[in-house]
Write a protein that binds this ligand. Structure first.
Ligand code: SIN
Length: 292
């Protein structure tokens, strides 16, 4: 089997070459990919031809599958969440900075997104490094944030209210009302009753041991013990730090592309710039652990 070639990218992430996922990964290849995932928090594969079963098998090599409770599932593979936008749909899913599942007590470790149908142009995904966002803060600012926790919620996004992804923030994009109305997002009654959860604002990453900022504009609603109004200025400041262009990479999808991001080390934002065209992606989310 060929050697895994890891090519770091500007901003965040690395491209992995020299593997054919459908042919199966040797232990050596898996170890190299796992190391690249730990080191970079975001890896991409190109020119892959994988079935839904290959996708599931790849995810299971990294952990148990954490089935998304709000996105429509693939009709034949409940493990796969459909991240799709049809020609007549206006909102996309994930059209604002966020990280998946931070509203869970044990937030998902990572998400593996496979391109199934792409627009002729547009539909890129932006990623940002939460390691870089943390590292570049001053020592004084880091110390001030060290003891803070934040409250994360799914209710305002997936609940029965009208607000959708990023509509509550100035992060841009949208993906709320339309996606709920046309069945791409459901289970609002669960989101209405899900308890909010608390995570540290600075986490020690469970895989890399490095420190990272862990707040995001979609699901983080306030600091623990602070009101939303009190939280807003500092929260917005952190969001702006996390979204600095120098920490980001814009990934242009092609047929056969796969992205695998660590939700505790990155943010992402699906661009909604391909109106009138169809984009279909399959996403599997891998279970995580409590954060500290
Ligand atoms: C997501 O937010 O999980 C979807 C990202 C994308 O469609 O590019």
């Amino acid at each position: 089997m060929s050697t895994v070639d890891v090519r770091p990218l500007e901003g965040v992430g690395a491209e992995i070459h020299g593997v054919d996922i459908a042919a199966g990964l040797s232990n050596t290849q898996f170890d190299a990919i796992h190391k690249a995932f730990c080191d970079h928090g975001l890896i991409f594969f190109r020119d892959q031809t994988i079935t839904e079963n290959d996708h599931i098998e790849l995810a299971q090599k990294f952990g148990n599958i954490d089935i998304n409770r709000f996105f429509a599932a693939h009709p034949d593979y409940p493990e796969i969440a459909m991240v799709s936008k049809d020609v007549d749909q206006k909102d996309n899913i994930g059209g604002g900075w966020h990280t998946d599942h931070s509203y869970d007590r044990d937030p998902a470790m990572g998400s593996i997104l496979v391109a199934r149908e792409l627009p002729d142009s547009g539909g890129d995904t932006l990623f940002s490094s939460m390691y870089a966002a943390y590292d570049n803060l001053s020592d004084g600012f880091k110390q001030m944030l060290e003891g803070l926790n934040a409250v994360h919620s799914a209710t305002h996004i997936f609940g029965s209210g009208p607000v959708g992804y990023a509509a509550q923030t100035d992060a841009g994009g949208s993906a709320g009302a339309d996606a709920k109305d046309d069945g791409r997002i459901g289970n609002a009654s669960l989101a209405d009753t899900m308890p909010d959860v608390i995570h540290p604002v600075i986490i020690t990453h469970p895989l890399s041991g490095k420190k990272a900022l862990y707040v995001n504009p979609a699901f983080t609603v306030r600091f623990e013990g602070w009101t939303e109004d009190e939280s807003r200025p500092l929260m917005q400041q952190l969001f702006a730090e996390c979204a600095r262009p120098e920490y980001t990479h814009r990934f242009a999808w092609k047929p056969g592309s796969i992205a695998f991001w660590d939700n505790r080390a990155t943010w992402h934002w699906a661009m909604n710039d391909y109106q009138g065209q169809r984009r279909v992606m399959h996403r599997i989310t891998v279970e995580g652990c409590p954060l500290s």
